[in-house]
Each structure stands twice: as C-alpha cells, then as structure tokens.
Design a protein around this ligand. Sequence first.
Ligand SMILES: Cc1ncc(COP(=O)(O)O)c(C=O)c1O
Length: 400
Amino acid sequence: MGFIADRLLRIKPSPTIAMANKALMLKAEGKDVIGLAAGEPDFDTPLNIKEAAKRAIDRGDTKYTVVDGTMELKKAIASKFRRENQLDYQPNQISVGTGGKQVLYNALTVSVNPGDEVIVPAPYWVSYPDIVNLCEGTPVAVTCPENNGFKLRPEDLDAAVTQKTKWLILNSPSNPTGAAYTAQELRALADVLLKHPHVWILTDDMYEHLVYDDFKFATIAQVEPKLYPRTLTLNGMSKAYCMTGWRLGYAAGPVELIKAMGALQSQSTTNPSSISQAAGVEALNGPQDFIPKNNAVFKTRRDLVVGMLNEAAGIRCPVPEGAFYVYPSCAGAIGKKTPQGKRIDTDTEFCEYLLESVGVAVVPGSAFGLAPHFRISYAASNETLKEACGRIQKACAALA
Ligand SMILES: Cc1ncc(COP(=O)(O)O)c(C=O)c1O
C-alpha cells in the first residue's frame, strides 16, 4: 500500500489546469503557444475594487474574520440576491469561502454520504464529479448533447432520479459550453423536482452576469420558490468581477447546511482573506457599469471565434448564450490523418495535434464528459483569438 490515502485515487488533477500549465511550460521554453485553456477573464480587476483592498490593508483589516464571512460582506451578498435575483437570504443563510470552488467543496463534503448519488448534467465543469468522488458519492452524469443545446431535458432528469439521489447540480451559464437556461426551461426542470422532494439543488451561478444577446438570466429558487428550502445558490467574484486571484466565492441556502459548511471551513482554511472580503464588499456594492462594458467585448470575441471556427474543416461551433467559452464539435476531424500520418481517433488526440502542430492549447471535451468536442476560452484579445482560430483552420485543412 502506498502512502497516499485511498480517497485520492478517486480524483484526478483538474485537466483544464493541467492543459493551461502545459501551455505555460511550453511558452516558458520559448515555444510559440497560444493558451486558450484557462477559465479566467483577461481583464484587470476594476480600480475601485483594488482601492477598497488597499484601504482595508491601511486601516488594519488584516486579522482573522468570522470564519464564513464578515457581516458587512454577508449583508452585501444578501442585497445582491435581493436586487438581482429577487431572493431573500439572511446573513446566517450565507457562507463565504476562498473561491466558489471551496464553497462547492464544503457543501458536498458536509452533505454527501458514501453511495449518495449526485446528478451532474454533462458536459460538466470538471470539479463536480471529482468532488463527489472524493466524498465517496456517485456522480450520475446525464448526457446533454448539442442538439439539446447542451441542456438537461426534464424527461432525462426524471429518468436519472433514484431514491439515492441527493443533489442535482445545475450550472448556468455553463462551463464548458456557455449554454444557459431560460426561466421557462428552469420552470420545466422545477416541475420534475417538485415530484422528488428528497432531491436538493445546487445551482452554480458563477457566470450569471456573462450573458449576451439580451439573454435574461434566471436562477431556480427564483423561478420556483417552493424549491427555495432545498436549494443552495452558489456564486462568486472570480468571473464577472475579474477577481480570480482574490479567491472569493459564496453560497446561500438553508441555515443547517450553511452552519455545517462553516464548521468544515473552521477546520480547514478558516476565513477567506480579510482583504479580499473588503474588496468583495466594494465589488457588490460599488458601480456595476464595467460589467456590460466587458460583456460587449466578450460578445464581439464570441462572434469572432464562432465565425472563424465554423469555417474550419470538420469543426462545427454552436453560438453559446453566455460565459466565455465555446464548445465546438470536432467530429468531422475524427478518423482523419495528420500530415505526419497519425490517425486522429479522439478529441484528446485532436487537441494534442493542435498543440503540437500549430501551438494552440485548448481542452478536449472528454475531460468535461461529452466528446468529441473541445473547449476554447475566448477570454483573450481579438488579435490573439484571430491568430489562434486562423491556426486551427490551418491545422484542420492539413488533415486528410
Ligand atoms: C462553473 C464554475 N463554478 C465555479 C468556479 C469556481 O470559481 P472560483 O473558485 O474561482 O470562485 C468555476 C471556475 O472555473 C467555474 O467555472
């Protein structure tokens, strides 16, 4: 028996982070690599948020805080939920952690017993099934193919529910597809969930603000208030507020669950950085006008990438509603041969070919549970995206 505990055998290092690191390493070796694997905005954190952090340091907000968030931040989060989602959460229903990922980890760890099932619509964000695995739960992937808009259909949800189902995880807009559920689509899922009162809903709304073409964001507890007592609504600062490095995320839900999450955090990382929390208050209470400005830029990039990818041989790229990802199919490249005579059998091999032949790093769809696809993050400049998509076109044209 090795030294490492058995539970670690159930997880793998995040494949998106692995690909992003591979691109960074190749770059450091002097290779001409364009990295489109990482899931973070390229915009800097807005100035008013940075200034709030500096003020926090200067006034000595540099000590431990309440484990699951300062009262000031919890109040700012409560007013965000009221203002933007018409949801009423009291501060004792809110838990703040070191990134949305930690909050998700806390929620699953305190609630999933060995053998419990967690329904995860696929394609999924890579962390959902692995955290469930770490908890000795069973992730139940439900395939949501492109012709369903990469979204969970009510009948597929109904068929996936068993007596062992503990959670359904929803993520809208989605990482990796950018697909987002309309209020009407959530309504139809809510009708199924009302039939299964033992199933709780974890909705990951991390990309809430990143929607385009007048798409109207909705979240399930808002659409069906009867689900409020068994919904955990998760969100954070990383994406819309361009604060990935500040490590701040939060969730709101039933007091008992929130309390348990706080207890776990008190025995792991304690509070998120006091300085980040002060910045988070400013992010939520301060001006929000940079969000539509950033979104206008993201939308231009999305359209550029979708247009150019659809001109690449063997690639088909649908237009996503939100986030900053596209999830094209590379089915048309499968079975073809590279100029070196190597047959491409999987999306992983296709992505390796892109990296090796034209130096573009993207993440294979098999990492997200739906192949043959790949994920491109378009959080990069127009010039970079043009160059990257041009290279992908060239690589695809060279396949025979
Ligand atoms: C769908 C989704 N949820 C949650 C997170 C967690 O973000 P963070 O831990 O930076 O708050 C991410 C980050 O990539 C994500 O894509």
